[in-house]
Design a protein around this ligand. Sequence first.
Ligand code: ATP
Ligand code: MG
Length: 201
Amino acid sequence: MNKSNQAERHNERMKRTKEIVDKRIAEAQEERGVFILLTGNGKGKSSSAFGMVARALGHGQKVAIVQFVKGRMETGEQNFFTQQDQVDFHVMGDGFTWETQNRDKDIASAQQAWKIAKGILQDVRYDLVVLDEMTYMFKYDYLDLEDIISTIKQRPNLQNIIITGRGAKKSLKQAADTVSVIMDEKHAFKAGVKAQKGIEW
Ligand code: ATP
Ligand code: MG
């Protein structure tokens, strides 16, 4: 095929793609907030959520972040986003540990964090709500999934919400508008590379 034929075919293909994309854009008319669920074993769930926080802030939006893991260590995201006027950042109380020694204490911490999150999900001032690592609360039966799903469904119409964490339950996936399951194909940590500041935390 000569060059001008190739260019012509390319233009024709791009024209068809544009028609399809334009049609889809014209069809997507509904204006409402979305529920995004980022799950799976691959790296990139929380960092994707924080990327959207940065986007939202770039548009002057108001954001709340609730992390459902105890504040184990200083994280870059906490250091950075707590400095932003438009961000409310909450970390679940110190009661939660992975090697759980005191289930009752963990449940109390989880419920306290959920109480804060629930208030946010009823507050029209927040444009974006991130519930980071929340899926573990259902895995350990620390929180009632049905209560959370109904609260999400009743939230202010334009409010966006992102939940992250591995092993999301089926009912949570069904409730979400967008579900990304991030696959773990390869991870440096498994090859013995130490966790990196600015990359991992
Ligand atoms: P990130 O915050 O980097 O986007 P994540 O939220 O997708 O990661 P989590 O399951 O919350 O992943 O795990 C948190 C930590 O574990 C991060 O330091 C992350 O880099 C690391 N991690 C994530 N996936 C893997 C993996 N498949 N193997 C080893 N470590 C991982
Ligand atoms: Mg995470």
